[in-house]
Design a binder for this molecule. Sequence first.
Ligand code: C5P
Length: 304
Amino acid sequence: MTTSAVVRVRVPAKINLALCVGPRADDGFHPLGTVFEAVNLFDEVLLWPADEVNLNIVGEGVDAVPVGPENLATKAFALLAARYTLPAPGVHLEIRKSIPVAGGMAGGSADAAATLLAVNEWAGLGMDAEELRSHAAELGSDVPFALLGGVALGTGRGDHVMPIMQRGHHHWVLAFSEGGLSTPAVYGRFDELVPDGRDVDVPDAMIDALAAGDVEHLASTLRNDLQEAALDLRPDLQKILDAGQRAGALAGIVSGSGPTCAFLCRNEDAAVRVSAALVAEPGIVGVRRVHGPVPGAKIIREHA
Ligand code: C5P
């Protein structure tokens, strides 16, 4: 597109500090207790009015992203178009991706959240945070958090989100690896490995560590119940986790359903050392230093 976008939204990736997964329910979903943190790895969604819906996705790994009606951003537009009168029959959406595709960092959910916010702004719908949240929850379990950002407790399917008071700033190193992992496939393997599920209560020790701003204590409380299933499907990830730990990370976990691995570091210097060590590790296609928490989806006022 040559003309400036009417609306441009920036939306962060998430890491789950805790992902406590209960037994599969009859609807196929799992009750969760999760702690999300938004980090400064962003996708952008740009919107122009158009006669029909049209999606253009740019960035690393985008060949794997569907551009049809099954794309979560398209679904977000369709959901609002069915419920509100919009100024045009369609939109052209451009998604500029930095969040890894099928990487366990909620990239698709982030794009859906950004689209809701963009349409709300463009069409002057005036939805408040709660209205946006309820549309978001229909689109996917991680979409409400992408709107909220910061650090939050997620319950239900992960879609009921509540901010958590916390102090400080966390330095993370992300290791992206070849290929993606399907979230349903990882949950499916979890069901085979842990048929009764785990306890969904987020550890009090994590909440205390966040409130105190104690990063070492926080590192000792990181928990991902999907990690065993992700490692079962992708045993190569264990080497990456070990390498980060050897390089001095306080702790390393698989992010969400993987395969991205996230390493919490004591400070920026430590993060620099860990990222330098991981760059040389076989099987890693990209390493990125990020920090959190950062706010959720935001409209960018100054257009590029
Ligand atoms: O909600 P979302 O579309 O992101 O979920 C993708 C898939 O992840 C679901 O179809 C389901 O297989 C799995 N999931 C789950 N329990 C949750 C969230 C997601 O089983 N609480």
